[in-house]
Design a binder for this molecule. Structure first.
Ligand SMILES: Cc1cc2nc3c(=O)[nH]c(=O)nc-3n(C[C@H](O)[C@H](O)[C@H](O)COP(=O)(O)OP(=O)(O)OC[C@H]3O[C@@H](n4cnc5c(N)ncnc54)[C@H](O)[C@@H]3O)c2cc1C
Ligand code: HEM
Length: 395
């Protein structure tokens, strides 16, 4: 994939690029948003930008892609590319925007690394950028085509269901009354809201099942700032969006989808609001009478904080061979454990495929425990409810 000449240059400069990623990221976003303020206002998550955290995903993934090209010249890191392409497509990223990112990323690299960026070095990294960029553009084109193009569709909230003190479910129907496309259990939609200052911010919410063929539903946890500003979109949805109101949604995207034949043992592990994609998966498995063992694992602060608890337990109870293991930090009822998820006593069938969703420390811990129990790393899939910084390190 990468020319021999560029491979040598990329290999020699990768450590310098990797070591300066923080600075490059900072300059890149500053330059891009100065030239294109609309991208910060209406496309990127301005909370993540303001917090200064989780900004390395984009530049970090290019460094990870370069490493992959050098280590496995004949393979494409498809899992990583698919993950990014689904996220981009849900946001409506367009091919021409790759030129904008390229311009500002390379200006930042030149500024930070200075004279080390000779024309030869710039050309080699250009090749890496466009190998990745063109692969993403092609994947995104396909995703758009499969969904009849990208467009924000207007939906009407038909019901707002309080789940816990901090979680609300929204049930919606298309305002135009038209048909609703199928989605795969585990997928999410992007939701775009107009905020009081005129910005339009976009966030992703996992679909929690199909309440009817003409409907979609998702559950939103209100994010408290705890010293920092409260989460913008989740609090906006909680405070301002009620039955009868309109919301803009993308089609469904996401590569963490249930993909198992009826004979595959499954383990669905979630914590907190990470339960949402598991609900859609369990609904699907219950409906199809998945015959192999399904192990449901969930950790939460308390039963009262466990969003969609009734659905979670009811779907699991419908499975021919389901087992539920729950951990609560407090108020654990009989049959549940007190404390954090610990799989030591949980039987895990050989050949199990696992799906994980929750905070990163939870997923790291569950992943390690599963590998310790003989689950193949390739059989462990996960969703991160934020920019996926794990991506670069796992795949
Ligand atoms: C694939 C996917 C699926 C998801 N599914 C769900 C789901 O089913 N349900 C759900 O509830 N969520 C889900 N999420 C998360 C959701 O998309 C949002 O990230 C979440 O609702 C928070 O968005 P927000 O706008 O409220 O917070 P943001 O405004 O994005 O804030 C995020 C964080 O940044 C902090 N912050 C903001 N500004 C500053 C500042 N100036 N300084 C310091 N810190 C700051 C905030 O305190 C907060 O902790 C999913 C995410 C992804 C990627
Ligand atoms: C080769 C070029 C690019 C690479 C390697 C790249 C990589 C990434 C990665 C790794 C993520 C995080 C994925 C996740 O959360 O799972 C991401 C998210 C995102 N990307 Fe890209 N990207 C590229 C180009 C673009 C372009 C051209 C745009 C549009 C201007 C764009 C806009 C976004 C946005 C808005 C997000 C969500 C993060 C947020 O809202 O803060 N990206 N990208």
């Amino acid at each position: 994939m990468l020319s021999e000449q560029s491979a040598a240059v990329v290999r020699a400069t990768l450590p310098a690029v990797g070591a300066s990623l923080d600075k490059i990221t900072e300059r890149f976003y500053a330059g891009m948003f100065a030239a294109h303020p609309e991208l910060l206002r209406d496309l990127f998550n301005r909370g993540n930008q303001a917090a200064g955290t989780q900004r390395q995903a984009l530049a970090g993934s290019i460094a990870a892609f370069a490493t992959h090209l050098l280590d496995h010249p004949d393979q494409r890191p498809d899992a990583m590319l698919q993950r990014i392409a689904h996220k981009h497509a849900s946001l409506g990223v367009t091919p021409d925007q790759y030129g904008i990112v390229h311009e500002h990323l390379f200006a930042a690299i030149a500024e930070v690394l200075g004279e080390a960026v000779t024309p030869e070095v710039a050309a080699a990294w250009d090749e890496v950028y466009w190998l990745m960029g063109n692969a993403l553009i092609a994947l995104e084109k396909r995703l758009y085509e499969e969904r009849g193009g990208h467009g924000w569709r207007t939906w009407r909230v038909v019901e707002r269901i309080p789940e816990t003190a901090d979680v609300v479910t929204f049930r919606l129907r298309p305002a135009d009354g038209g048909p609703v496309r199928d989605f795969r259990p585990g997928q999410y939609v992007s939701v775009r809201v107009a905020l009081p200052d005129g910005a339009r911010q976009i966030r992703q919410y996992s679909l929690t099942g199909a309440p009817g063929p003409q409907e979609r539903q998702f559950a939103v946890k209100r994010v408290h700032g705890d010293g920092a500003p409260d989460g913008e979109v989740s609090n906006h949805l909680h405070a301002r969006v009620h039955a009868g109101d309109l919301l803009e949604l993308s089609e469904a995207y996401g590569d963490l989808v249930l993909d198992a034949d009826p004979g595959t043992p499954l383990l669905l592990a979630s914590a907190g609001i990470g339960v949402t994609p598991m609900i859609a998966m369990l609904a699907h498995l219950a409906e199809n009478g998945h015959r192999a063992p399904v192990t449901v694992v969930h950790g939460d602060r308390s039963p009262a904080d466990h969003a969609l608890r009734n659905d979670h337990l009811a779907y699991a109870a419908k499975l021919p061979d389901g087992a539920v293991h729950l951990w609560y930090e407090q108020d654990a009822p009989a049959g549940a454990h007190t404390g954090y998820v610990d799989l030591a006593e949980v039987p895990v069938a050989s050949g199990t495929r696992a799906y994980l969703c929750g905070p990163l420390p939870f997923m790291r811990s569950v992943r390690e425990q599963l590998i310790g129990k003989g689950v193949a790393p390739a059989g462990i899939h996960y969703e991160v409810f934020g920019p996926d910084l794990w991506l670069a390190r796992q795949d």
